[in-house]
Design a protein around this ligand. Structure first.
Ligand code: GLU
Length: 290
């Protein structure tokens, strides 16, 4: 699935509800960053957790992106159809000692400040009880560069921070699937919300363990509601009105501090996206007082 294109970006929503304004801002930023660099832009539906995903959400998200003129360079990829790849990655990580089985409950871990009372990393004893599979992190003071936010330093603690790759309920977890798919799709640049910033140092270790080079990351500030909470499906952010795409895109460009001229409001979606591509200034998003 890899490709010789120098820039491959993606928008990777979890379909826990319809597209809302916050996710439109992220989608638009990743689209503009890709298009303004002559790159490809992909859509990946991160449908890993059927218990949190209403059946209609994927169709609603794809319909909204369509209505807003955000067409991908390739057909969308669905994580629900990628279980074989995740399974293979876990087997590889287990066989190299980079993952382990863990039957600790959240309560037990909390009571032990993140240490595993059954010493799961050393004793592979969790095979009978329902177990999760976790990634075995190395202690690290991780330094990496965000293309918008600049130099980043994140502390990663072995054992205490070890992320789940396969949940006890049998669902594959985000920290595994996002890396496996960004590698498989040949993603070179990731633009996403800064609520995921803290995940990055751990993901760097997963890339390393899977023998792949990491992408460049650019985290944009997340949109918050009047109470200062991230606009999200959990906070019941309203679905976008697909009948007003120009107005929505204009508001998203303004939220990204691109200062679009009001004349765009009288034009078409194509016209607005064209202007936005030509004038895209990712650095301006940093200055947004969100
Ligand atoms: N699926 C994640 C979300 O909707 C985004 C994953 C990513 O961009 O790395 O929050």
């Amino acid at each position: 699935m890899t490709s010789p294109h120098p820039y491959r970006g993606r928008f990777a929503p979890s379909p826990t509800g319809p597209l809302h304004f916050g996710s439109l801002v992220t989608a638009l930023a990743s689209y503009l960053e890709a298009k303004s660099r002559n790159g490809q832009w992909l859509i990946r539906i991160e449908d890993l957790d059927p218990l949190r995903e209403p059946a209609e959400a994927t169709g609603q998200i794809l319909g909204s992106l369509d209505a807003h003129g955000l067409f991908p360079s390739e057909p969308a990829l669905f994580q629900s159809r990628r279980h074989d790849a995740y399974h293979a990655a876990i087997q590889h990580l287990l066989s190299e000692g980079n993952a382990y089985r863990c039957s600790c409950s959240r309560k037990q871990l909390q009571a032990n400040f993140g240490r595993h009372p059954q010493h799961c990393r050393e004793n592979d004893t969790a095979r009978e009880a329902p177990f999760a599979i976790r990634f075995a992190l190395s202690d690290d003071q991780c330094h990496w560069h965000d293309q918008l936010l600049g130099p980043q330093r994140q502390v990663v603690q072995a054992e205490i921070d070890d992320p789940v790759l396969l949940r006890k309920e049998g669902f594959f977890a985000y920290q595994l699937a996002v890396v496996v798919d960004d590698i498989a799709q040949g993603i070179t640049h990731v633009v996403r919300g800064s609520d995921l910033l803290d995940m990055t140092a751990q993901q760097l270790q997963v890339y390393r363990a899977l023998g792949a080079a990491p992408p460049h990351w650019l985290h944009i500030p997340v949109i918050v509601n009047n109470d200062g909470q991230k606009l999200s499906k959990q906070n019941h952010a309203p679905a976008l009105d697909n009948h007003t795409p120009v107005k929505n895109l204009f508001a998203a460009l303004s939220a990204l501090n691109q200062q679009p001229p009001t004349s765009l409001l009288a034009g078409s979606v194509d016209n607005l996206l064209q202007w936005a591509c030509t004038h895209w200034e990712p650095g301006a998003a940093y200055l947004t007082p969100w």
